[in-house]
Design a protein around this ligand. Structure first.
Ligand code: SF4
Length: 149
């Protein structure tokens, strides 16, 4: 490279370089003056205000609200002519048990004092694990009777 360029050539080169820089300077200045300085950043942006704890904000509604409501329909009463009831000698009235056929029956035995009986709001009808989904009579009896503890 030679240093024998005349001052005019050097000045033109300098101005050429300067004009290239002059294009770059406004671009960087635009970035700095674009208002982004005032825009919220990830560290300065406040979290949206809510009454819910953070753990619940991204969750959907609880399952209880979306699932079908429990049925309020009462359980049906066990019929004496139900095949399973007949096979176990179930009767609504224990005093009518055929003691010749069901020798293990003893006076005083009834569903209400059987270990498998489950009381309900209805004093006369309750649940029984032998007949799921059906109510048996508190004064009833069947051959599976088991005295309470
Ligand atoms: Fe009644 Fe007990 Fe028989 Fe159930 S198991 S039907 S409660 S006697």
């Amino acid at each position: 490279m030679s240093n024998d360029q005349n001052p005019n050539q050097i000045r033109r080169k300098f101005l050429k370089l300067l004009s290239g820089g002059a294009v770059l300077i406004p671009l960087t200045a635009l970035h700095g003056c674009s208002g982004e300085k005032d825009a919220p950043t990830a560290t300065s942006a406040p979290a949206p205000k809510t009454d819910k704890p953070a753990a619940q904000q991204s969750q959907t509604a609880p399952m209880e609200k979306t699932s079908a409501p429990a049925s309020d329909k009462p359980m049906p009463r066990l019929a004496e002519d139900d095949p399973q009831a007949r096979s176990l000698g179930y009767l609504h009235d224990a005093t009518k048990v055929d003691t010749g056929k069901y020798s293990r029956f003893e006076a005083g035995q009834a569903c209400k004092n059987c270990a498998l009986y489950a009381e309900t709001d209805d004093a006369q009808w309750g649940g029984c694990s032998i007949f799921p989904g059906k109510l048996v009579n508190a004064d009833g009896w069947c051959n599976v009777y088991a005295p309470k503890g």
